[in-house]
Design a protein. Structure first.
Length: 270
């Protein structure tokens, strides 16, 4: 028997863990939405393709356990979106065995990460890493040893492969992004409330159109619906830091939007 609600698979991001969904999961349970919480923390040192293949196996396993063969939704944070997209667009791009209704991505670096590139910059890299130490990266972090960061550099083979594959017309892509709409320094203090991005000409600039780690230009892809939060910029005066990249999966407004999409989407794609 098909479940009343479309099942959801949750995919966490880089150097994160399944616990980031600990405020969303009770809401899924309350609404009777079946879910699977994909954990790729044991795969440290694995490539995007390798993690995407294990995600595919995980979904297959959940289907075998439940006997469910219908569409599913996937909710991702950060680089978890790239893992899900690689599974759907590259590994399954031609066969399209994976029946996915919608991919909801929170702050995804779909076009590669300026931060990943800056980590490797001979001049700026050490300064950027120093600012993010114990906030976004651990003490003594070395990007040269991090295969995921290398693969999310704009222009990498992985990013070129994703771009060449393109999005799928049978899947709805929903991007939930944050912005420092009031230019509040407390939004992400490491960078005075701004987000680094490429200027498209080999240099770097800071923008309020981002969540402190991922800029909007890195997230937006053709055909994807985009929401930029907060809906009311005034909330940034009291809780601006709740809209930075790291805290988005637990942000109440973000969770409200995720739940709205899970519960109200008709399943029709363009």
């Amino acid at each position: 028997m098909m479940p009343q609600k479309v099942p959801v698979v949750l995919v966490h991001g880089w150097r994160s863990h399944p616990g980031i969904w600990n405020r969303l999961i009770p809401r899924l349970s309350h609404e009777g939405i079946p879910f699977g919480n994909f954990d790729h923390t044991p795969m440290s040192g694995a490539s995007v393709e390798e993690i995407a293949a294990v995600l595919q196996e995980y979904i297959c396993m959940k289907r075998n356990e439940t006997g469910y063969t219908g569409q599913i939704d996937i909710v991702c944070h950060s680089m978890g979106g790239g893992i899900a997209r690689y599974m759907l667009e590259v590994l399954d791009g031609k066969t399209r065995h994976e029946r996915v209704r919608q991919l909801i991505a929170i702050g995804p670096p779909n076009n590669g990460s300026a931060m990943a590139e800056l980590f490797n910059h001979p001049v700026y890299g050490s300064k950027i890493i120093a600012r993010l130490t114990n906030v976004f990266v651990p003490e003594g972090y070395n990007p040269a040893d991090d295969i995921i960061v290398q693969e999310f550099r704009p222009g990498s083979t992985t990013m070129r492969t994703l771009a060449a594959a393109g999005t799928r017309r049978d899947i709805r892509y929903q991007l939930i992004l944050a912005a420092n709409l009031s230019d509040a320094p407390g939004f992400f203090p490491c960078f005075e409330g701004k987000t680094w991005e490429s200027d498209g000409h080999g240099s770097w600039r800071q923008t309020c159109a981002g969540d402190g780690i991922v800029s909007h230009s890195e997230s937006i892809i053709p055909g994807a619906a985009v929401e930029i939060l907060p809906a009311d910029p005034a909330v940034l005066n009291s809780c601006g830091d709740q809209y930075c990249h790291i805290k988005l999966p637990r942000n109440p407004e973000v969770m409200n939007r995720v739940m709205d999409h899970l519960l109200s989407f008709s399943g029709k794609t363009p």
